[in-house]
Design a protein around this ligand. Sequence first.
Ligand SMILES: [Zn+2]
Length: 216
Amino acid sequence: MSNGEGIKDIYEYTKMNTPSHAIMNLAILITPVQHQATLPIVFGAVLPDIPMFVMYFWAKFVRRQPEAQIWTKIYFTPFWQNIIHGFHSIPLFLVGILTVHCFGYWQVEITLFSALLHCLGDFPVHNDDAHRHFLPFSNYRFISPISYWDVKHHGKIVGLVEKLLVLIASLYIFPLQQSWISKVVIIAVNLIYITGFFYFRVFRRCQTSNSASFEQ
Ligand SMILES: [Zn+2]
């Protein structure tokens, strides 16, 4: 497998848009006077996808499984589905928010609220990989007609809209950041998104059309 193929596989099979959640949640929840909330918001935005990272690293680096196997087989095993969907449960996060609110733990409350926003963000953009957002009360899955990654369900346009929203959100939250680490991360995420877009949509399309015209 060439390097280009490897990158293509990762791009096509990786269904994580976790950095987008972090930046969007920061834009929604952060206030200019409450900088201490940054870390809890980012952690909450990442929290629902943590089981997915664990699954990926276990499958990739311990079991040495290929990308395609991870995202088409292992990801869909009942074991990982139950854990991943449990971490995307809207009622569980609501119960958690109400509980910690009573005790006055504002950092934990905003963490769980950010995780809840992650779930609400996932809800409309998952097709056949939709989560059971109402566990443990219901196994209902909303099969959305649009997907943030699957090209069969408008993944290209949804992915582009997502990246544009992240860019706008980044412009808003960037001046509010006090640490240079968060500034570097925001720039890095957007650079990866922009270069990914141009590499796969423009450069590879030109390559494909060039090789097609050579073959004629
Ligand atoms: Zn998620």
